[in-house]
Design a binder for this molecule. Structure first.
Ligand code: G3P
Ligand code: MG
Length: 254
């Protein structure tokens, strides 16, 4: 990932998660097979301080576990089944560690590592940024990664740890204090602006483009919405269906 690269990015949201259980290795392999340019995944900490890939604070909906992820050690989390809620075919699929996902991606595909902090216990707070960044460096993925978070303290922390590491702000209207995307990007010293389809205003696109701020919109699975964003020349789209977005995007190639 380079912020001066203006090619459009197909970003597999939690992997190719329309066809595979979200945030699992099969979903990440699917994204590579569908030739997505980037995989988005969500990261939290186990109770013993290991970054793992999972979206929800609670285990109940997308695994056979119960309660809060942050209360379990890595060893306990690794006994859970994160596949069969999606389909019998994926029974026994294990929750990936961030390290496993980075090792898989290195040399193959870029990553958007979204840091989820709501579910991290207080004593581990801050550690998730440090450890995730360390892993990115261990696998030489610095040029193929972008971090993001709805928690702006996490963004500032990442930039303090390494000002050169690309970071995107996840927009939240209620926390934006009426600031424009450009103002928010400047206030938090980040490199890119990520926003939901519903909150994104088409007019923002021009201002962001004028200032060379990449902007990525989530989560879009409908061709009509994909076309609307492609014609606004957004920098990339998060989708659960990277194969479909790839196909739609060919209509816009010069
Ligand atoms: O990073 C984009 C998107 O994933 C943010 O929302 O809830 O899907 O993690 P969520
Ligand atoms: Mg996410």
């Amino acid at each position: 990932y380079h912020s001066n690269d203006d090619s459009f990015l197909v970003i597999a949201h939690r992997g190719a998660s329309a066809q595979y259980p979200e945030n699992t290795m099969p979903a990440f392999k699917g994204a590579v097979e569908m030739e997505a340019e980037m995989i988005e995944l969500d990261v939290m900490m186990s109770s013993d301080g290991v970054p793992v890939v999972f979206h929800d604070a609670r285990l109940d909906d997308h695994s056979d576990g119960k309660g809060l992820l942050k209360d379990y050690t890595l060893r306990e989390l690794r006994t859970l089944d994160v596949g069969s809620w999606f389909s019998e075919q994926y029974r026994g699929e294990k929750m990936p560690t961030l390290e496993e996902a980075i090792e898989f991606a290195s040399g193959k595909i870029a990553l958007n590592i979204e840091i989820k902090t709501e579910a991290v216990s207080d004593e581990l707070h801050g550690g998730v940024e440090e450890k995730s960044l360390e892993l990115v460096k261990k696998y030489g993925m610095e040029d193929h990664v972008i971090f993001s978070s709805f928690d702006y303290r996490a963004l500032e922390h990442l930039k303090k740890l390494d000002p050169a590491i690309p970071v995107a702000l996840l927009y939240n209207r209620s926390e934006s204090e009426n600031m424009s995307p450009l103002e928010l990007v400047r206030k938090y010293g980040v490199d890119a602006f990520n926003c939901s389809y519903n909150q994104f205003k088409k007019k923002w696109s021009r201002e962001l483009k004028e200032h060379n701020i990449p902007h990525f919109i989530y989560t879009v699975d409908q061709p009509r919405r994909m076309r609307r964003l492609l014609s606004a020349e957004v920098s990339g789209i998060f989708t659960n269906k990277p194969d479909l977005l790839k196909e739609v995007a060919t209509e816009f190639q010069e």
